[in-house]
Write a protein that binds this ligand. Structure first.
Ligand code: FES
Length: 547
C-alpha cells in the first residue's frame, strides 16, 4: 500500500473501511457513485478510519442480457469473497440499480463484518408536456400507446429523455426504490436512505454520515447478524406493504434471509403484508414519485404511521433501536403518505397464491392490478417461450379475447435463465385497439417493479423444472381468486399426468461457464432464487495468509 503514498501510520490499527462500489458507466443508475464514494471516504477519515474503495460486479437493469437477475448471485459471490479476502474491518455498500442492493447485502451478510448500505438515490421527477412522468411506469404505459397507434414514436422518445433527467435510479416505487426502502426498514441503512434524490446535496451528507458511522460500528463490533434478525425481516415485509413495494422484494428478501439463516417463507409475506394498508401514493400503484416521497417524510414517516405493527426493539446501524430511530418522524404531505384511516389500498402487501398450478406458490401485487380481474376465470392462451410470445402476440389471427388468460412458460430462474422481467406481457395489439389495457397474465417470470397489471408472477415450481405451468395447453380454463389466494388449472389430474409423461425439459441455452453453474444450482423463486451452495453465513475469517 506504500505506492498510494500513504505514511506508515495510516495503518496503525485504526479501522480499515472498505467501500464496495458498484459504479459502472454500463449501470446508468450508479454512474454518480464515484462522487458518493468520495463523500463516504471523507466521513470515514473524519471518524478516524482509513477508507479503501474497491469495485465489484455492477448490474445495470437496462443493459444486461439476458437479465440482470441472472448475475445477482454472481455479484453476491464477488462481494462476499472481496470482503472476506481483503484485510478490512467494516464495509460501506454502495447500491442503486435493482439487483445491486440484494447482491451486496447477500454477500456482506454471508461474511458478517460490520456493514452499512448507502443507496445512490432516485432520479428527480420527470416532467413532460405538462404532466409528471415516472421511470418505467410511464415507459410501459406510453409504449402501449405507441403500439396502439395513439402516440407517435418521436414523442415517446422525447418523453423518455424527460423521464431520465438526472443522476440516480428509477424514481417510481420500482425495485430499486423498494430495495432501498427494504434495507432502511431492515435497519441496515441510515434513516432517510431510501428517498433522498441522488441529485440532492443531502444524499452526499447521508453518504458522509454513513462513512462516519461505519467506523463507530467497527468499534462497537455491530454486525449484520445482530441487525438482520427475524424481527427486522418482518418489519421490512410490513413496510414494503405500506409503501406498495415491488414484487421483486419477495425474492430478494428471501435470499438475504437465507444468508443469515432466518427462516422466512412466502407465507410470511402473505400473512404479514395482509394486515398492512398501502399508505404511500407512489407510481406504479399511485400518483407520486420518490422526490415527493422524500419531501413528505420518506420511510421514517411511513414506519412511524405503522409503528404498532412493527417490532420497535429491532436494532439498526445507528446503534439505536428502530423505535428510537423513527420516534416522532413527521409527515409533511398526507396526499403522498396517507394515514391509516385513508389508505391507498386497505390491504397492501403481496398476495401469495397457491393451487394445482402453483403448488409452491405464486405472487401477485393487488395494488398494481385491476380490481375487476382479481376474481377471474378464462381460457389459457399459452406461449412456450419469450420468442414464441414475441412471434405471435400481435398476430391478427391469434385466438385471444379480453377474458383470456395469457400464460408464459419457461421464463423462470432455470428456464430463461435468470427469471427475466417479462411477466407483464404486453397486451395483444388487436385487444389494445379495442381499448383493453389489462388482462390476467400468468408466468414463472418476474415483473419490473415499475410495471403494473393483473400479473401472476413467480409461479413455482417453474415450467423448466417440470412445474404444472409446463402442462398448460391452449383453451385450458384457469381460475384466479386473489381473495381466496388460489390459482387453479381446471384440468383433471389424470389428464395432467398424461401430459407430464410427454413432457421433456427444454435444452439449456448455454453449455459451460457461469450460466451452466447457475442453471444447475439455482433454487426456486419461492426460495429466493439463490444458488444452493451460497445460502448461509460463512463468516469473515481467513485461515491462511497468501505468502
Ligand atoms: Fe436502474 Fe430502474 S433501471 S433502477
Amino acid at each position: 500500500m506504500k505506492n498510494h503514498g500513504e505514511p506508515a501510520d495510516s495503518f496503525d490499527g485504526r479501522p480499515v473501511i472498505g467501500i464496495c462500489n458498484t459504479f459502472s458507466e454500463l449501470t446508468p443508475c450508479n454512474a454518480h457513485f464515484r462522487e458518493v464514494a468520495e463523500k463516504v471516504k471523507r466521513g470515514v477519515l473524519q471518524a478516524g478510519g482509513y477508507p479503501l474503495e474497491f469495485p465489484v460486479t455492477s448490474l445495470g437493469e437496462t443493459n444486461l442480457r439476458p437479465t440482470a437477475m441472472l448475475f445477482r448471485n454472481l455479484a453476491a459471490m464477488d462481494v462476499e469473497e472481496s470482503i472476506r479476502g481483503n484485510p478490512i474491518d467494516g464495509v460501506v455498500l454502495l447500491t442503486g440499480c435493482d439487483k445491486t442492493t440484494p447482491a451486496l447485502v447477500m454477500g456482506a451478510a454471508s461474511c458478517d463484518l460490520p456493514a452499512i448500505v448507502v443507496s445512490g438515490g432516485p432520479m428527480m421527477s420527470g416532467h413532460f408536456h405538462g404532466r409528471t412522468l415516472g421511470s418505467g411506469t410511464d415507459v410501459w404505459r406510453l409504449s402501449e400507446e405507441v403500439r396502439a397507434g395513439t402516440l407517435p414514436e418521436a414523442e415517446f422518445l422525447d418523453a423518455e429523455a424527460a423521464n431520465s433527467r438526472s443522476a440516480g435510479h428509477c424514481n417510481t416505487m420500482g425495485t430499486a426504490s423498494s430495495m432501498a426502502t427494504l434495507v432502511e426498514a431492515l435497519g441496515i441503512a441510515l434513516p432517510s436512505n431510501a428517498a433522498i434524490p441522488a441529485a440532492d446535496a443531502r444524499r452526499y451528507t447521508l453518504a458522509q454520515m454513513a462513512g462516519r458511522r461505519i467506523v463507530g460500528m467497527v468499534h462497537e463490533d455491530l454486525r449484520p447478524s445482530q441487525i438482520l434478525t427475524r424481527a427486522a425481516f418482518e418489519n421490512a415485509i410490513r413496510t414494503i406493504g405500506a409503501v406498495g413495494g415491488s414484487t421483486n422484494c419477495v425474492i430478494h428478501l428471501l435470499a438475504i434471509a437465507g444468508r443469515v439463516g432466518v427462516d422466512i417463507t412466502l407465507d410470511d409475506w402473505d400473512r404479514l403484508g395482509r394486515e398492512v394498508p398501502t399508505l404511500v401514493d407512489l407510481m406504479p400503484s399511485g400518483r407520486f414519485l420518490m422526490e415527493d416521497f422524500y419531501y413528505a417524510g420518506g420511510v421514517p414517516a411511513v414506519m412511524a404511521e405503522i409503528s404498532d405493527l412493527l417490532t420497535l426493539e429491532a436494532l439498526t446501524v445507528t446503534g439505536k433501536t428502530l423505535g428510537e430511530t423513527i420516534a416522532g418522524a413527521p409527515c409533511w404531505n398526507r396526499e403522498v403518505i396517507r394515514t391509516r384511516d385513508k389508505p391507498l389500498a386497505a390491504h397492501g402487501g403481496l398476495a401469495v397464491l397457491r393451487g394445482n398450478l402453483a403448488p409452491n406458490g405464486a405472487v401477485l401485487k393487488p395494488s398494481a392490478a385491476t380490481p375487476a380481474l382479481m376474481k377471474h376465470r378464462g381460457p389459457a392462451v399459452v406461449f412456450t417461450s419469450i420468442e414464441d410470445f414475441h412471434a405471435r402476440v400481435d398476430d391478427p389471427d391469434l385466438d385471444v379475447a379480453p377474458h383470456s388468460v395469457m400464460v408464459l412458460q419457461n421464463c423462470g430462474p432455470k428456464g430463461y435463465p435468470g427469471m427475466a422481467e417479462v411477466g407483464n406481457m404486453p397486451i395483444p395489439q388487436k385487444l389494445l385497439k379495442q381499448g383493453v389495457r389489462d388482462m390476467v397474465r400468468v408466468s414463472d417470470a418476474r415483473m419490473s417493479g415499475t410495471a403494473y397489471g393483473t400479473c401472476v408472477l413467480h409461479v413455482a415450481p417453474e415450467a423448466a423444472a417440470g412445474g404444472p405451468l409446463a402442462l398448460v395447453r391452449d383453451g385450458d380454463i384457469i381460475a384466479l381468486d386473489v381473495e381466496a389466494r388460489t390459482l387453479t388449472l381446471e384440468v383433471e389430474a389424470a389428464a395432467l399426468e398424461r401430459r407430464r409423461a410427454d413432457w421433456t425439459p427444454p435444452a439449456d441455452a448455454m453449455t459451460g461457464g457461469y450460466q451452466s453453474l447457475y442453471v444447475r444450482h439455482v433454487m426456486g423463486a419461492d426460495q429466493g432464487a439463490d444458488l444452493d451452495f451460497l445460502i448461509g453465513c460463512r463468516g469473515h475469517a481467513v485461515p491462511r495468509e497468501s505468502h
